[in-house]
Write a protein that binds this ligand. Structure first.
Ligand code: 5GP
Ligand code: ZN
Length: 112
């Protein structure tokens, strides 16, 4: 998707420091962090949201990638949260599937 900001980040067109990357996913810090640790994990392939994913491996890649990042950042002891906002009422603002990894403070429940 030529006009998708996360495709541009994944391809390197927008230079970005990756916290983690492999053949299928990249992880990078959120521009507007909502917690002391706020990393986005995205598939390199463009999906507008979780709702249109047709390959379940995409979800396992995202979640296992997030767990790897959490381990690398030493988050296991205190804990963390993984979130995928989906669609308008789900609070999704960027239309390229992404998983939020949030940590470093007490995260309220239920979310807003
Ligand atoms: P959503 O609201 O779609 O679940 O999350 C989109 C996230 O992407 C937001 O937390 C927002 O701060 C982040 N974001 C939007 N544009 C950029 C960008 O260009 N770079 C980075 N690193 N994060 C972005
Ligand atoms: Zn995209």
């Amino acid at each position: 998707m030529s006009d998708c900001i996360f495709c541009k980040i994944a391809s390197g067109e927008i230079p970005t420091d990756f916290v983690y990357s492999d053949d299928n996913i990249v992880a990078f810090r959120d521009l507007n962090p909502q917690a002391p640790v706020h990393v986005l994990i995205i598939p390199r392939k463009h999906y507008a949201s979780a709702a249109v994913v047709d390959d379940e491996k995409v979800f396992s890649d995202l979640m296992s990638g997030a767990v790897k990042v959490a381990r690398a950042l030493g988050l296991e002891d205190k804990g963390y949260r993984m979130v995928i906002n989906t669609g308008e009422e789900g609070g999704q603002t960027v239309l390229h599937l992404h998983l939020h990894l949030l940590a470093g403070r007490n995260l309220g429940w239920p979310p807003g």
